[in-house]
Design a protein around this ligand. Structure first.
Ligand SMILES: N[C@@H](CCC(=O)N[C@@H](CS)C(=O)NCC(=O)O)C(=O)O
Length: 218
């Protein structure tokens, strides 16, 4: 697996690897580690982005596609796979919603805060991105009120990208509205050893901290 550990799109992949106990070597790539612009890397992933998975001769990019692949390929005991076609389709739905609706304002918010020096932060833009992120999270909160998880009344692959994003959101230095159902779901996720190991580590509050922690994470 190619990708620096602190990348928001690497978190779900490594969390999945941890849940399924898949033997995996992660190569620090991207960010301050570089390596995404080489000819060999671009041959694997023409986007020059991370994560990229190499499983034998098979190469795959797009983090949520990698999570789905790992589950189909390596989840022999059905630990993370939904139990029906409908359940799988609903997991797909929430994972696509994560990537297309919830993630864009959240990642822009992260950049506007953590990846921008405090002195030059754009308060109005930050407020706007916070509001957009909260709109998405309110939808998730209402959904979790019904089932307690993204699909199937139990933890599945669909909880993984959502949970990784929510962890980061909850650790941004901002004021937040209460999302009670997200809070109780997050408390349950926080007891999972793979979540603790691969997601719940500090990522900093400004560019200096971010880069220091990027180099410090194992
Ligand atoms: N949709 C892609 C997005 C990939 C992406 O933009 N990854 C970021 C890190 S989260 C990246 O490659 N940034 C450049 C870098 O780290 O060098 C996915 O989910 O895998």
């Amino acid at each position: 697996m190619f990708g620096r550990r602190n990348a928001s799109n690497v978190l779900p992949v490594m969390w999945t690897v941890g849940e399924l106990e898949i033997p995996c070597t992660r190569h620090d790539t991207g960010g301050s580690f570089g390596g995404t612009g080489t000819r060999d890397y671009l041959a694997m992933n023409p986007n020059g982005r991370i994560p990229t998975l190499r499983d034998g001769d098979f190469v795959l990019w797009e983090s949520n596609a990698i999570v789905r692949y790992l589950c189909r390929r390596h989840d022999g005991h059905g630990a993370l796979l939904p139990r029906s076609e409908e359940g799988y389709a609903l997991a797909d739905q929430w994972m696509d919603w994560h990537k297309t609706t919830l993630y864009p304002p959240y990642i822009d918010l992260t950049w506007a805060l953590v990846r921008t020096e405090p002195a030059v932060r754009d308060r109005r833009r930050i407020e706007d991105l916070q509001a957009q992120t909260e709109t998405g999270l309110a939808i998730l909160d209402k959904h979790l009120a019904r089932t307690g998880h993204a699909v199937d009344d139990r933890f599945t692959m669909a909880d993984i990208p959502l949970g990784a994003l929510v962890h980061r959101y909850l650790n941004l230095e901002i004021e937040r509205p209460a999302f009670p159902h997200i809070a109780s779901w997050y408390a349950r996720l926080s007891k999972r050893p793979a979540f603790i190991e691969h997601v719940m580590f500090p990522f900093g509050n400004d560019p200096g901290e971010w880069y220091r922690l990027e180099r410090e994470t194992p």
